[in-house]
Design a protein around this ligand. Structure first.
Ligand code: HEC
Length: 155
């Protein structure tokens, strides 16, 4: 399994002012905790399921957070999406809800994770700026990505 540390350029819609939207290119560096790569496959499965649950709790709570707590929630999502890039090694699907389609379309799967990091990074920037509209919009984007990936890749 490779340790992925890669730079991706993705277009992020950022709210400027009240209503105008513009698209900017943003570099995202995905750096999963190197310790994750030393886990056994069994431990990786347990870890990804634990972090998915944390995702659910974090996203649910994030809507009512502001300031440093909102920034921390975004950091958790960035960290989790980054961790998933190494927690779905080939052959780790048996007995779990991870569909074989993940490894048949691994680039698409990783692409959704990249989009998750991009959206959570935008969420963090909005939290730091105290921009409630942009914060809410990026949370919505993230929620859409959860659903999209589950529909395609989760049993
Ligand atoms: C790129 C794909 C992808 C994205 C994005 C994603 N998930 Fe998942 N999720 C999965 C897969 C695959 C599983 C099944 C994992 C397994 O069974 O080992 C899963 C499982 C889960 C589970 C069940 C965990 C358990 O076993 O108890 C929850 C809860 C969950 N995801 C929440 C979320 C939330 C909330 C988000 C968005 C913030 C999200 N996920 C984003 C692919 C994704």
């Amino acid at each position: 399994m490779r340790l992925s540390k890669f730079v991706v350029t993705a277009a992020v819609a950022v709210a400027i002012g009240a209503a105008a939207f513009t698209s900017i290119a943003q570099d995202v560096v995905i750096t999963p905790d190197p310790a994750l790569s030393t886990l056994t496959v069994e431990q990786m499965v347990a870890k990804r399921q634990e972090l998915m649950k944390l995702n659910g709790a974090t996203l649910k709570a994030a809507g009512s957070l502001t300031g440093a707590e909102a920034v921390a929630a975004a950091d958790t999502l960035i960290s989790n999406f980054s961790s998933y890039t190494v927690l779905f090694p080939e052959g780790s699907g048996a007995g779990t809800d991870a569909k074989p389609e993940i490894w048949q379309n691994y680039e698409a799967f990783q692409g959704l994770l990249t989009q998750g990091v991009v959206a959570a990074t935008a969420m963090k920037a909005a939290a730091e700026a105290g921009d409630a509209d942009a914060y809410g919009a990026s949370m919505k984007t993230i929620g859409g990505l959860c659903g999209q990936c589950h529909q395609q890749f989760r049993a």
